[in-house]
Design a protein around this ligand. Sequence first.
Ligand SMILES: Nc1ncnc2c1ncn2[C@@H]1O[C@H](COP(=O)(O)OP(=O)(O)O)[C@@H](O)[C@H]1O
Ligand SMILES: [Mg+2]
Length: 391
Amino acid sequence: MTKLTVGVVFGGRSVEHDVSIVTAHQAMAALRPNFEVVPIYVTREGRWLTSPALDDLEVHRGGRASEVGEDAVIPTLAGFRGLFIPGGRFKGVKRIPLDVVLPSIHGTFGEDGTLQGLLELADIPYAGAGVVGSAVGMDKAVMKGVFKEAGLPVVPHVVVEASMLVLDEASTVDAIARGVGYPAFVKPARAGSSVGIAMARDEASLRAALDVARRYDRRIVVEQAMEGCSEINCSVLGGPGMETRASVCEQPVAWEEFLSFSDKYLRGGKGAGGKGGGMASQERRIPAPISEALTKEVQRNAIAAFEAVDAAGVARVDMFVREATDETWVMEINTVPGSFSFYLWEASGVGFPDLLRSVIDIAIETHAQRFELMFTFDSEMLAAKGGKHGG
Ligand SMILES: Nc1ncnc2c1ncn2[C@@H]1O[C@H](COP(=O)(O)OP(=O)(O)O)[C@@H](O)[C@H]1O
Ligand SMILES: [Mg+2]
């Protein structure tokens, strides 16, 4: 059987550019036994490049990506389904067919539905949540609304428009003090990797935190700080025609008051949750040291959160639990590639190559089903002579 070709898109115009390079590198290694892999690197400026050499971390460390890569685009031409290389210097190749794409850009323009939208238009199956699931998973304000609607417990919070802040900071601060209180967590609605997040203990630090957060997004979420709770994460794997599955749970161990960008990625070397990476095994407990009943509750909530945002493939759901009262709160869902959370699946008996194979099978199945749905609807509108217009 010929191997399917997987395009791995990474880098990107995101604050998480470097993390994405590491994520993609790990994913490409795990894909190789089962697939042909095409690295597709997006520079910080948004230039798309391809070359087998772009999988080499040394190329990125040395800043040589644009030397070794060739300009490439994924066109939305009907039936093209691949990468178009206008230059084609190497061997004159102009088209590399792509059977499926693994989005490996974290955050903005990768995890937020935009890349997924491009791939929908290009008619190429892709791993992870679709446009809506990705976009909702990226937006902490909308996400909490969707969780609430699904009956999931969410942390008390308020959503602040940055423009309101500028117009009337005093009443915004008042509303937060009344609705959330102190200490509070201030977060840009759509950033990720703890960028722009701060804890406010009083009005002065709240004002300062809001001022930072609004540089990252025009919408800001302010949440009650969950004191005396522990963070518990659980990964979910699911797609059409399969039973949605939850992994074992983990308890990340924070170094400081909360997991900052440097905790996640910079301490002890780089890595997007990989072995020997920033979140290495000594920084998390697997399985999480909580009761079996609470574990089950966390897993149920993780699956419900996954379904609520219409995720697909794999996603990690982050929660808070208070063991004394057996309470749980759903904090956020990280869709592909925010977290492949392969360490959770390894601990659940699924190796990274098998996890990626499942995620890719789900991508192809989702695409096939969508294709069937879309093209079985045949309107008679144009055939009807003298019929009514519009409607
Ligand atoms: N309401 C909260 N109470 C206590 N800690 C929090 C709260 N919100 C966030 N944190 C801490 O900050 C970290 C980052 O926040 P999170 O909402 O997960 O942002 P990101 O999308 O950047 O991962 C969390 O992992 C947690 O350690
Ligand atoms: Mg988080």
